[in-house]
Design a binder for this molecule. Structure first.
Ligand code: F3S
Length: 63
């Protein structure tokens, strides 16, 4: 299964991804997003939406 990865240097902490897909993304203590769970069949559409919505394109699929 694919996993998502957040580039913490790019993330500006807007929190959009966590709002769109809280099952996969959360904010860490540094105020940056992190993918804390791999996506599944049910939420991968929301993950893609988070990827598309991130204003600084900090999220990407990872093989
Ligand atoms: Fe950061 Fe983009 Fe999420 S800026 S908080 S990775 S939507």
């Amino acid at each position: 299964m694919k996993a998502t990865k957040v580039d913490k240097d790019l993330c500006i902490g807007c929190g959009l991804c966590c709002g769109i897909c809280g099952e996969v993304f959360r904010m860490n203590e540094q105020g940056k997003a992190e993918a804390y769970q791999p996506e599944n069949a049910e939420n991968q559409g929301a993950v893609q939406e988070a990827i598309d919505s991130c204003p600084v394109s900090a999220i990407a699929w990872e093989d």
